[in-house]
Design a protein around this ligand. Structure first.
Ligand code: CMC
Length: 444
């Protein structure tokens, strides 16, 4: 940390007059405590190694704040999620996804003219370089769309050389707009390629979500009009997924970016991390589970399995590292789910009936109550996305599309921090001590 960063944070610690005393190897050291605007205080251990020769040990980072941030706040105990201070339910009810993007990127809700200007800038960048079509066709026909997303996102740096210089604020801005604008086009192309249909070009007369549905579901031989109820639900789903503090993929983006890698490469790293079943892949797993359960009478059998320590089965879409209360996004998603299913005439979908009953049973069961395991956003999102017409292989792609703005906002915040340094965690080494090399002829 530079002297200026040190002095700023130490000044704030001094204001709060709080510090923690740690005794290590017969030596007492005082560690400053910093207070955020809300949320838990943090103990600054950045000089710990210098003063004591010890590292801290926190696998999974359950007690570690990896950075200072002004973007998103979660109170897991109370079930609160704020983007730049605004509650997620208020944004989802009243706002649009592009308005949310503006808020996350620039810190304030836009005035009407600012929003119109932002929407125009995004809309003017929705097309991708025509040569990218050929890049897509290099993938095997049966490639998972997430594999395509990781590759194509990284490849953007090979197509847009004028937005890879991270030291130039204008290039950072163009990269941000390009990614937000092009992600729906790329995601729709990945989908079209996987089902063997021609790519559909973006339409600038449509809003963000309607344009995305159009690129996914229109075909050249037919007229396509996206349903406003479904487009509104899609926009809502994008808002709910836009950012989520320092989760695994966001931390991946920050770590990749800390080396000075270009923004497209960093976001590609975030997409790769998101793909895992414990993170973005859970909505796919949750829907598969609901389908496997099939009927309400089989729920007790699965609840029993979820509680059995000898059985690896877990209730997918239940539990969260941070939320020890109802995930506020899950409540909105549940409502969204009912609206979409009603709009497409699938409100008797067996998966929905199983989900409603499973949620009721689990929330009354001591095992789940004691461990504070509540439905998370993924519990209802799979059913909703399927009703919107997407196959399960596209679920995580849609999550990546929406989360891109969060990743970019977090990446920019890090790059713009004058005290930013390369991320370099340490370890508790438990491997062999130094030993001499033995030539192969002398090994027993
Ligand atoms: N079903 C049954 N038991 C569970 C579940 C579950 N879904 N989740 C946690 N537990 C139990 C776990 O076995 C442990 O019990 P015990 O204390 O007796 O050993 C206790 O609850 C604490 O769980 P943990 O694994 O220590 O919690 P974690 O913070 O490491 O894991 C989690 C969080 C989300 C990975 C986990 O709850 C899980 O695997 N859930 C299912 C997958 C899922 O829905 N993931 C989506 C997360 S939200 C989307 C996102 O942010 O990307």
């Amino acid at each position: 940390m530079s002297a200026s960063g040190d002095s700023q944070r130490l000044a704030s610690a001094k204001d709060n007059q709080k510090s923690a005393r740690l005794a290590v190897g017969g030596k007492d050291i005082d560690l400053p405590i910093y207070q955020g605007s809300i949320g838990p205080d943090v103990i600054d251990i950045s000089h710990l190694y210098q003063e004591t020769g010890c590292f801290t040990f926190d696998p999974g980072y359950t007690s570690t704040a990896s950075c200072e941030s002004k973007i998103t706040y979660i109170d897991g105990e109370e079930g609160i999620l704020l983007y730049r201070g605004y509650p997620i339910d208020q944004l989802a009810e009243n706002g649009s996804f592009l308005e949310t993007c503006y808020l996350l990127l620039y810190g304030e809700l836009p005035a009407k003219s600012e929003l119109e200007d932002f929407e125009q800038r995004v809309t003017m960048h929705t097309m991708v370089h025509e040569q990218m079509n050929r890049f897509f066709t290099g993938f095997r026909r049966d490639a998972h769309p997430m594999a395509i997303m990781v590759g194509v996102m990284g490849a953007l740096s090979a197509f847009y050389h004028d937005s890879t210089d991270i030291t130039d604020p204008m290039q950072r801005e163009i990269a941000a707009i390009r990614m937000i604008a092009k992600l729906p086009t790329i995601a729709a192309m990945a989908y079209k390629y996987s089902i063997g249909q021609p790519f559909v070009y973006p339409r600038n007369d449509l809003d963000y979500a309607s344009n995305f549905l159009h690129m996914c579901f229109a075909v050249p031989c037919d007229k396509y009009e996206s349903d406003p109820v479904l487009a509104a639900a899609m926009d809502n789903i994008f808002i709910l997924h836009a950012d989520h503090e320092q989760n695994a993929s966001t931390s991946t983006v920050r770590l990749a970016g800390s080396s000075g890698a270009n923004p497209f490469a960093c976001i590609s790293a975030g997409i790769a991390c998101l793909w895992g079943p414990a993170h973005g892949g859970a909505n796919e797993a949750a829907l598969r589970m609901l389908e496997e359960i099939g009927t309400v009478d089989r729920i007790p059998e699965y609840v029993k399995r979820a509680k059995d320590k000898d059985d690896p089965f877990r209730l997918m879409g239940f539990g969260h590292r941070v939320y020890k209360n109802y995930d506020p996004r899950a409540k909105i998603m549940q409502q969204n789910c009912h609206e979409v299913l009603e709009a497409v005439g699938a409100d008797t979908d067996p998966a929905l009936l199983v989900a409603i009953e499973l949620e009721r049973i689990a929330l009354e069961d001591d095992y789940f109550v004691e461990r504070k395991l509540y439905p998370n956003i993924d519990f209802y999102s799979g059913i909703t996305l399927r009703a919107l017409g997407f196959p399960t292989s596209m679920f995580t792609v849609l999550f990546a599309l929406a989360r891109t703005v969060g990743w970019i906002a977090q990446w920019r915040e890090m790059i713009e921090d004058p005290d930013q340094r390369i991320g370099r965690p340490r370890q508790l080494y438990t491997g062999p001590k130094e030993r001499p090399y033995v030539p192969v002829t002398e090994r027993g």
